[in-house]
Design a protein around this ligand. Structure first.
Ligand SMILES: Cc1cc2nc3c(=O)[nH]c(=O)nc-3n(C[C@H](O)[C@H](O)[C@H](O)COP(=O)(O)OP(=O)(O)OC[C@H]3O[C@@H](n4cnc5c(N)ncnc54)[C@H](O)[C@@H]3O)c2cc1C
Ligand code: SF4
Length: 501
């Protein structure tokens, strides 16, 4: 790599190209025709169609930060974050749910109301082609979930997914090899580029300051090479929009040593801590055929603070989430084509001690404590899922905190005993998170927020945040549509700012 630092110059830098950065780029793109120079600086690679091989470990390495194995500091939660042209929208499942009014009320951010977020969410639902799958497109895993919920009287609803020409290969979390899933890499970024926005992949933003950001460009060794030669650059710019996600955005601001005090920076991180739950049927389920996700059960969202959704996981991730080993583990994995799967998401509280900081190299360190409230939710989620599995006809259920590896239908009558709360402990069960939120939360008061309700960092009129780090609390539903709606507000603010200038 060259040691000389090269200069580049733009008017607006958008840092990150996922659910936040993509919409900002597309919304600002028409300004390119008026001579405003806009760049998206994206750390991850831009993959070609042939690079989507569908092979689990290979794609995890190509598309996820740390191959999908980024841990919290105490190693009790694994965090999944996409790192590519399109960010996590390349690997998301496409569940397209707008935020609920009661959640926006809980957020209590002056200047942010549900009507505005709702209208902007609608715009992105349309833009991304979100729709309900036809009955004939639902796979057996989804139908079993609906049946199980219905027979127990649990409210379960079908949600829209954002696919166009889905071929039902179920590979969404490894990047869609058929170009069907509508992430920012398919919708917003190509549109922005058509209008003149430059997207620089393989480009990690190391540090920002007023008037410039400092980046390193490297080629990933797969996908398309970065449009800039490998090396270090100073990118001069008037405005910066940070959209690097809920872990990297607070880390980037922290290592940049900004000339303002931001005591809430990195704090109030929420994760929707999740469990992957599985059960074995006698007949084929084959969740790997058809689109993986279509149903949500929100019956316990208020009473026990968790959601249940359909899901499909690949062999490595599934194996990692089963608690135990040996013959039982092998028997469960051997029955992959007969497994029903449910994803349980705890709706975690926003606490100041759950936070992102940086180590001495400027790399993010995530401190997140799984408190009793979250563990209670996960316990209740295991009980409810076991009931649904048995009601749907499962022969053997694996509950991560179960007293035995397999629970059988006879256990259904005494689940509290079969899945004791005391066994739900951090480190004992495998917890993952893909809904990473907060760290640069919006608000009015700089003592407990980082940006205003329009994403401008308190005290710095050249710096905006536009991603999931803006969330003041958990989204309480799958978050990407809300990230886009918030990014849309930030883009509007930046446009108005440029017009005034
Ligand atoms: C496996 C998986 C499945 C999911 N499924 C769903 C779903 O079905 N529905 C839903 O609503 N949500 C889903 N989500 C969550 C959703 O994808 C995220 O909430 C959303 O993408 C967050 O948007 P963001 O802009 O904050 O971050 P991201 O979309 O993650 O984008 C951040 C981007 O910034 C880049 N970046 C990071 N650091 C730097 C740096 N220093 N310099 C330059 N670039 C940088 C990253 O490479 C990345 O491309 C899923 C997430 C995952 C991981
Ligand atoms: S299920 Fe549909 S959206 Fe998902 S990877 Fe297959 S074709 Fe793509």
């Amino acid at each position: 790599m060259r040691s000389r630092v090269e200069d580049r110059e733009f008017d607006v830098d958008v840092e990150g190209s996922g659910a936040g950065g993509g919409p900002v780029a597309k919304e600002l793109a028409p300004l390119s025709r008026e001579g405003v120079r806009i760049a998206v600086l994206e750390w991850g690679p831009r993959l070609r169609d042939v690079d989507y091989t569908g092979r689990e470990l290979e794609m995890a390495e190509r598309l996820y930060r740390d191959g999908g194995g980024f841990f919290t500091r105490d190693r009790t939660v694994t965090l999944a974050m996409g790192r590519a042209y399109g960010g996590s929208t390349v690997v998301y499942t496409g569940t397209s749910l707008p935020i609920q009014g009661r959640t926006v009320a809980r957020w209590a951010v002056p200047g942010l109301d549900h009507r505005d977020l709702g209208e902007r969410s609608e715009k992105y639902l349309r833009e991304n082609g979100a729709h309900l799958l036809e009955e004939g497109e639902l796979n057996e895993n989804n139908r079993l979930f609906r049946e199980g919920c219905r027979s127990l009287g649990y409210h379960a609803a079908q949600f829209p997914v954002n696919v166009r020409g889905c071929r039902g290969t179920s590979l969404c979390n490894l990047g869609c090899p058929n170009g069907a899933k509508q992430g920012t890499h398919r919708v917003q970024l190509p549109e922005a580029e058509r209008q003149g926005v430059a997207v620089v992949t393989g480009c990690r933003v190391e540090r920002i300051e007023e008037g410039a950001c400092h980046v390193t460009v490297e080629n990933p060794g797969f996908g398309l090479p970065s449009p800039w030669p490998p090396g270090r650059y100073r990118v001069r710019t008037r405005l910066i929009v940070v959209a690097a996600g809920a872990i990297e955005s607070p880390a980037l601001l922290a290592r940049s040593r900004l000339p303002v005090r931001l005591p809430a920076l990195g704090r109030y991180l929420t994760l929707h801590p999740a469990l992957i739950l599985v059960a074995q049927h006698d007949r084929p389920v084959v969740g790997s055929r058809g689109h993986p996700k279509s149903f949500i059960c929100d019956a316990f969202a208020e009473s026990h603070r968790f959601l249940l959704e359909t899901c499909m996981y690949f062999p490595f991730v599934t194996a990692r989430n089963l608690i135990g080993f040996g013959a039982d583990h092998a028997a469960m994995m051997g029955a992959m084509d007969r497994l029903q799967m449910i994803l349980a998401l705890a709706l975690d509280p926003a606490l100041p001690e759950n936070r992102v900081t940086v180590d001495r190299h400027g790399e993010p360190v995530v401190r997140y404590r799984l408190g009793d409230e979250v563990l209670d939710s996960l316990h209740q989620a295991m009980l409810a899922s076991a009931r649904i599995f048995f009601a749907a006809g499962a022969r053997r259920v694996h509950a991560p905190a179960g007293a035995r590896f397999f629970l059988v239908p006879a256990d259904a009558a005494r689940l509290e005993e079969a899945i004791p709360r005391r066994r739900v402990r951090p480190g004992r069960i495998s917890i993952t998170a893909a809904h990473l939120m907060g760290g640069c939360r919006m608000g009015e008061d700089p003592s407990d927020s980082v940006t205003d309700a329009w994403g401008q960092v308190h005290g710095l009129d050249w710096l905006y945040v536009a991603d999931a780090s803006l969330f003041p609390r958990a989204a309480e539903v799958n978050p990407y549509i809300t990230v886009m709606a918030l990014a849309d507000r930030v883009a509007q603010q930046v446009r108005e700012r440029l017009a005034r200038a």
